[in-house]
Design a binder for this molecule. Structure first.
Ligand code: NAD
Length: 255
C-alpha cells in the first residue's frame, strides 16, 4: 500500500484528492489545520516543523507528497497568502524529501494555479523574494500588494521552485519525480470566498473558461493522481494545467 502525505486534506481539492487516493488503495496522511492525521499550521516555521515531525512519527518512508494546502486571494492579512501558499508548500516538500527518497517509485506534486501565468503582476519582486527564500522580505512586499497579485506571485514562485529542483540531484537524481498542477477556477470553499468578495467576485465570474463553467475538485484530484502514479513515470518538472483551457486561450503562443 502506497503512503501519500497530503496537505490541505480537510477541504476542497485536498478532500477530493484524499477520496481519490483512498479509493485507489493508498494510505493518506493528511496535514491540515483540522480533521487530519497531522494537525499543523503551515503559515509559520514552527508549524512547518510540526508538520514534518508529525509525518515522521507516523511513517519511516513515504511514496508521495502532495502540497495542496493554500488560501485564496481574498485572505487577510495578505502576507499570510505568501506564507502558506509558497513557504508552507515548499517547506513541506523539502522537509519530507528524505522520507520520499526511501519510498517506492516516489513522486511529489505541488498545487500551483493558472493565476501564475495569466495574472499580469505575478512575475515581480515578490516571486523573486520567494525564490530567494527571503520570507521576511516576501512578507513585507506582500503587505503592499493586492491579494490577487500576492496569490499569483506565490503560485508562480511555487511552480518555478518545482521546475528549478525537479531535474536535479535531490529529486530526479534521487529517483523522486517532482511535478505541479495548475488548476483554474474550481468550485471549493476557497473559490466561494473569492466569489463572495466585492471586487474579486466579478473578476472571477467574468473569466473566460473555454470548456465552460468552473471545474470540480475531482477533476484536479484526477490530475494529481496521474502525476503520482506510474502512468506519469516520465513526467519530471511538468506543470500540468487543468483549467478548462483558460491558459491556452490567453497565452497560446507563450510556449
Ligand atoms: P479549500 O479552502 O477548500 O481547502 C484548503 C485547505 O488548506 C483547507 O483544508 C485548509 O484548512 C488548508 N489550509 C489552509 N491554510 C492552512 C495552513 N496554514 N496550514 C495547514 N493547512 C491549511 O481550498 P481549495 O480550493 O481546495 O484549494 C486547494 C489548493 O488549490 C490551494 O493551494 C489553492 O490555492 C489551489 N487552487 C485552488 C483553485 C480553486 O479555484 N479552488 C484554483 C487554483 C489553485
Amino acid at each position: 500500500m502506497r503512503t501519500i502525505v497530503l496537505s490541505g486534506s480537510a477541504s476542497g481539492i485536498g478532500a477530493a484528492v484524499r477520496g481519490r487516493l483512498e479509493r485507489d488503495g493508498c494510505r493518506v496522511l493528511g496535514v491540515d489545520l483540522r480533521d487530519a492525521e497531522v494537525i499543523a499550521d503551515l503559515s509559520a516555521p514552527e508549524g512547518r516543523e510540526r508538520a514534518v515531525a508529525g509525518v515522521q512519527a507516523l511513517a519511516e518512508r513515504v511514496d508521495g507528497v502532495v502540497a495542496c494546502a493554500g488560501i485564496g486571494p481574498q485572505a487577510e492579512p495578505r502576507a499570510r497568502i505568501a506564507s502558506v501558499n509558497y513557504f508552507g508548500a515548499t517547506a513541506l516538500l523539502a522537509g519530507l524529501r528524505p522520507l520520499l527518497a526511501r519510498g517506492d517509485a516516489p513522486a511529489a506534486v505541488a498545487v500551483s494555479s493558472n493565476s501564475a501565468t495569466i495574472s499580469p503582476g505575478a512575475d515581480g519582486p515578490l516571486a523573486a523574494a520567494c525564490l530567494a527564500d527571503d520570507e521576511a522580505g516576501a512578507l513585507r512586499l506582500a503587505a503592499e500588494l493586492d491579494g490577487a497579485t500576492v496569490y499569483a506571485a506565490a503560485k508562480l514562485a511555487l511552480a518555478r521552485w518545482v521546475r528549478r529542483r525537479a531535474p536535479h540531484a535531490d529529486w530526479a537524481g534521487s529517483g523522486i519525480r517532482l511535478n505541479a498542477v495548475a488548476p483554474g477556477a474550481v468550485h471549493t470553499p476557497l473559490l466561494q470566498g473569492g466569489l463572495d468578495h466585492p471586487v474579486l467576485g466579478a473578476a472571477i465570474r467574468g473569466f473566460p473558461i473555454p470548456l465552460g463553467g468552473f471545474g470540480r475538485p475531482e477533476q484536479i484530484a484526477a490530475a494529481v493522481a496521474f502525476l503520482l502514479s506510474g502512468d506519469a513515470s516520465f513526467c519530471c518538472g511538468s506543470v500540468l494545467f487543468a483549467d478548462g483551457g483558460s491558459d491556452a486561450l490567453l497565452r497560446a503562443d507563450v510556449f
